[in-house]
Design a binder for this molecule. Structure first.
Ligand SMILES: [Ca+2]
Length: 245
């Protein structure tokens, strides 16, 4: 009995020790958890103060985004697609304009009797930046452009033949032919960006306007052609810097 009791006491002691260790472990973990929570909480609290600096006129950098789905056309003169303002005492502004730029060109040619037929379609999207109404360097930039030309010389599709002169033989000249036709359509969309620069600014609030232009031209003989340019999402990032000289 005494042996059993001794084992029992040892077992209880062992269990108590194990509980103590477990409790210590839990406390330690909880503390670590609290510490890490506190740290991440502090980091989150700091973010708004370090992450600010966009969209406000007093900042040195400003950004704007836009979804310009309206511009899907044949021809549009320079039209403002994004506007932002920036207050700066620096003389130079760097304007990084990124844009989704799409083109659609379609050409159809048709002919018969060995006649050559040609159709062309051209489309382009150009961008320029105005700072206080003045064009920023390097001026007008082509973001996407394509010229497509399609030519074909066809014999024609045989429709019917008759012995028109009644000489018992049918010649090719006594047959009717319909036009053979060929079409090609290309539709593409790409994103690209370009850096614009303006210098010699006076201190104060400046207005930045991004303008886009869509140009198209088509030619066709017997066939037809179609050309369109389109603009998707756009973003502009303007930073004010002292330019190294
Ligand atoms: Ca004949």
């Amino acid at each position: 009995m005494s042996k059993f009791s001794a084992h029992g006491v040892r077992l209880i002691t062992l269990l108590a020790f194990a509980t103590l260790v477990t409790n210590c472990g839990v406390d330690e973990l909880s503390l670590r958890g609290l510490r890490s929570n506190k740290k991440s909480g502090e980091a989150v609290a700091l973010k708004p103060s370090t992450g600010s600096g966009t969209s406000q006129p007093a900042s040195k950098a400003t950004a704007a985004f836009s979804d310009i789905a309206i511009m899907d056309q044949g021809d549009v003169n320079f039209t403002t697609i994004l506007t932002q303002t920036l207050k700066t005492s620096n003389r130079s502004l760097f304007i990084d304009m990124a844009l989704e730029c799409g083109l659609l060109t379609k050409t159809t040619v048709k002919s018969k009797g060995g006649k050559k037929d040609t159709s062309t379609a051209s489309a382009a999207v150009m961008v320029r930046v105005l700072v206080d109404g003045n064009v920023a360097a390097p001026g007008e930039v082509t973001y996407c452009q394509r010229t497509q030309e399609l030519s074909a010389t066809f014999g024609g599709i045989l429709q019917s033949c008759t012995d028109a002169d009644g000489d018992g033989t049918i010649l090719a000249s006594e047959c009717e032919f319909a036009d053979e036709e060929l079409s090609l359509l290309l539709s593409t969309m790409n994103a690209g960006s370009f850096n614009f620069l303006t210098d010699n600014l006076t201190s104060g609030v400046h207005t930045i306007e991004v303008q886009a232009k869509i140009f198209s031209s088509t030619t066709a003989e017997a066939g037809s052609s179609e050309a369109r340019g389109f603009i998707g999402k756009g973003s502009v990032l303007t930073t004010s810097e002292r330019l190294a000289r």
